[in-house]
Design a binder for this molecule. Sequence first.
Ligand SMILES: [Zn+2]
Length: 118
Amino acid sequence: MSTRWYRGSCQCGRVKIEAAVDLEAHTAKRSASPYVLVRSSAFRLICGEADLADQQFGTIIGLNRSCRFCGIRVFGKGHLAKLGGDFCAVAVASLDGGAEEIAAAEEAVAAFESEAAQ
Ligand SMILES: [Zn+2]
């Protein structure tokens, strides 16, 4: 488990977030969804609240939140008992560096840590 805080933003940078994500586990599932689910406590909206446009999910369990200037959906919010209550769905692509670069960075860190432990 390698959960850590990542920063993310929309294309124009008005909306900025932080989320504690285990991206290694997420990207390891090759068919992974473009969104990673985290509890509300593992999510922070740093700025851009006033720049967000909301759309209701079809199933009405939450809201899609996208930047009203660049249209990028950075995250969604919802509540589902099965998921432990309030959750956020963070767009992996909105995280800094992009999913693949982040996964590569995580692998490098893990390799370094296992080398250092020997
Ligand atoms: Zn934007």
